[in-house]
Design a protein around this ligand. Structure first.
Ligand code: GLN
Length: 484
């Protein structure tokens, strides 16, 4: 059996019934990685030995008759900006090329405790700054549907799409989970800010970063979210609310649900194939009993510039810790200052250096009011757009990205064009609400993503709409060209 073609909850059942062992399953995934990885390049590290050892331990636990959680024995991938104890975590940067964290990120630890098996760490843009993996210090990942196209910012989405992992964790500061899920035809969720602890996520922009799951169906998404959500005192921004059981949101009905269609997201610049799929999704939701109406979100166009001021400002401060003293790369020089300089020049790539400079500029005396404070005010205006929309609507529906996956190289030299590719996902991070990208068919050979956005801590509504679409259309699970 091609085990890597099955969903998490199907695999879980097979292991529960003892029809396959965790070791067999892990070997199947490792073999799949061996088959396709030279074409996809989704991983920076494959943890073969650790995975097999952990799999054998899981099998022993099961043989002893221990009750195991649903993710026990399931092979997973984690983006390489999420710390994993004893396993190299590079952030796709030269400056952390040899960094082995002495601890696990909370989300990674919770999955490990639930018995999930880490098969490897995935590629991303250096420090998650980008939308294509082209800013990785090591290599670019390829889109499983088209080797010439980018996968979005998370290699993990490509790994899940081709069956190198049954599910994955990514991070989302402006859209990395959702856009790469859309580009690779899988599901990606950015939870509410504070829903999943950020402890152990290597900080890029702390007020925007969130860890979230990437899966191939909504039931799997609920299982992963149930495992990783909930307060941890080590992250003071993690919310003190106890997460609900997300499986309760797997409801096949959108009857009476009010869905807003933000006008500004359907204007110019939307690829015709994406626009057509969106219309089809709206028709389907109406047919299923939802009420879809347009809504104004007038400050949408200012979200991208505000996001880049804020994220670069936070990054300039967060990345000050990489100085050749504490961890990672050190380039020797005559004196300490020289060592700092040489280390940071050699260790950071061009995009990261650009952002540190932009952020330092925005925070400097004389520019603080004009840049940083102004961006914070815009953030408030964008928030108010969402608050007003949520007075009338239960959730919002938009495209995840204006286009399907773009070609490798198409935007690599043009930062502004790259920044604009996340115009629909970025406002969500400024506001902190949850949003999910759901695959909805194919346009010109590449997957299209729908973005659903809900109120703070209302991930449940996203799962409900996703589950209903999954049960009532065949568009939800596109098969990559590099077939399973
Ligand atoms: N593209 C955005 C940036 O470069 C967001 C990327 C992300 O979500 N990690 O900042």
């Amino acid at each position: 059996m091609q085990l890597h073609t099955l969903l998490v909850h199907e695999l879980s059942e097979l292991m529960e019934k003892k029809e396959v062992s965790c070791e067999e399953l892990t070997r199947d995934y490792l073999q799949r990685i061996g088959q396709v990885e030279d074409k996809i390049k989704a991983f920076l590290t494959v943890t073969k030995e650790e995975a097999l050892a952990q799999a054998r331990a899981m099998d022993e636990q099961r043989a002893r008759g221990e009750a195991l959680p649903p993710l026990a024995g399931i092979p997973m991938a984690i983006n390489d900006n999420i710390c994993t104890q004893g396993i190299k975590t590079t952030c796709a940067s030269q400056i952390l090329y040899n960094f082995i964290p002495p601890y696990d990120a909370t989300a990674a630890a919770r999955l490990k405790n639930a018995g999930a098996i880490l098969v490897g760490k995935c590629n991303l843009d250096e420090f998650a700054m980008g939308s294509s993996t082209e800013h990785s210090a090591f290599y670019s990942t390829q889109n499983p549907f088209d080797p010439e196209a980018v996968p979005g910012g998370s290699g993990a989405a490509a790994a899940v799409a081709v069956g190198e992992a049954a599910f994955a964790l990514g991070s989302d500061t402006g859209g990395s989970i959702r856009q790469s899920a859309a580009f690779c035809g899988v599901i990606g969720l950015k939870p509410t800010y504070g829903c999943v602890p950020r402890y152990g996520l290597i900080s890029y922009a702390s007020s925007l970063d969130q860890i979230g799951p990437i899966t191939r169906d909504i039931t799997d998404l609920a299982l992963v979210l149930n495992t990783i959500a909930g307060r941890n005192a080590k992250d003071s921004t993690s919310a003190s609310v106890d997460g609900p059981d997300f499986k309760k949101s797997l409801v096949n009905s959108v009857k009476g649900l009010r869905i807003g269609l933000p006008k500004e997201y359907f204007k110019t610049g939307l690829a015709p194939g994406v626009a057509a799929k969106l219309q089809e999704a709206v028709r389907k939701l109406v047919e299923l009993g939802a009420v879809c109406e347009e809504v104004d979100m007038p400050h949408t166009e200012y979200a991208v510039p505000a996001h880049y001021i804020i994220s670069c400002a936070e990054a300039s401060s967060n990345l000050a810790r990489y100085d050749g003293v504490r961890h990672g790369l050190r380039v020797e020089a005559e004196d300490v200052l020289g060592m700092f300089k040489k280390t940071r020049i050699r260790g950071f790539g061009a995009e990261v250096q650009r952002r540190i400079m932009l952020g330092t500029h925005a925070l400097s005396t004389g520019n603080y009011e004009a840049c940083y404070m102004k961006a914070l005010k815009v953030r408030t205006l964008v928030k108010r757009d969402f608050e007003r929309a949520f007075e009338k609507f239960d959730c919002l529906l938009t495209p995840t990205s204006p286009t399907t996956a773009f070609k490798i190289g198409a935007k690599a030299e043009d930062s502004l064009a790259m920044y604009q590719s996340e115009v629909f996902t970025i406002p969500v991070n400024l506001v902190g609400v949850p949003a999910m990208s759901l695959p909805f068919g194919i346009a010109e050979g590449l997957p299209v993503g729908l973005q659903l956005i809900a109120r703070h801590f209302d991930e449940g509504t996203l799962l409900r709409v996703g589950y209903t679409l999954e049960q009532n259309t065949s568009e939800i699970r596109p098969k990559p060209g590099l077939s399973r």
